[in-house]
Design a protein. Structure first.
Length: 185
């Protein structure tokens, strides 16, 4: 296993805090790491003793705040790099921008484009639970990758219907970098 996908959302940053030390000491070119932007973690000392209420059984030390602004994307990735103990990630994805298309495309995407040019991110993209908006990302921006989360597995084939409707996986998408990226998460 050499590809690791994480996000600030996963366990209120615990996923990244655990992955970083697990990868420490390994050759950096021996694995691929992706993380996500779109949710900022904010400390919540007033919730001491409570548990996270969004599906992760972890202490509620932080809360998540949606933020697809350019500054939010930069701060989110900076926090992820700190938790991971890395100076770059191989792929950074705009995470679940369903209700935030305008800000995600108008602010987060250009910020990630700059971070890719600076080498802080090897590739950029979007990930979500629906194919329609991912198709828009693939055709209207210069993303390198899209990830349709968990909808094409041995037990859940709901992406097959989304595929027929959105044509997301019926054809690879060619982009400026000359590579073809496509896949199912």
């Amino acid at each position: 296993m050499r590809y690791f996908d994480t996000a600030p959302h996963y366990g209120l940053g615990l996923s990244e805090r655990r992955l970083g030390p697990a990868l420490a000491g390994l050759p950096r070119d021996g694995y691929t790491v992706s993380t996500k932007v779109g949710r900022l973690l904010e400390p919540t000392p007033h919730r001491s003793g409570q548990r996270d209420d969004q599906g992760f059984d972890v202490p509620a030390t932080h809360s998540r705040r949606w933020d697809f602004s350019a500054d939010g994307a930069r701060r989110s990735l900076e926090g992820s790099l700190e938790r991971l103990g890395l100076d770059r990630v191989d792929l950074v994805l705009i995470h679940d921008p369903d209700d935030h298309w305008e800000q995600a495309v108008g602010e987060a995407y250009p910020a990630l484009h700059e971070l890719r040019a600076q080498g802080v991110a090897g590739a950029i993209g979007a990930c979500m639970n629906q194919a329609r908006m991912l198709e828009r990302f693939a055709t209207e921006t210069g993303v390198d990758a899209v990830l349709l989360a968990g909808r094409y597995t041995l037990l859940d084939r709901s992406a097959e219907q989304a595929e027929r409707n959105a044509d997301l996986f019926a054809r690879p998408v060619r982009r400026h970098c000359g590579r073809t990226w496509w896949g199912r998460g």
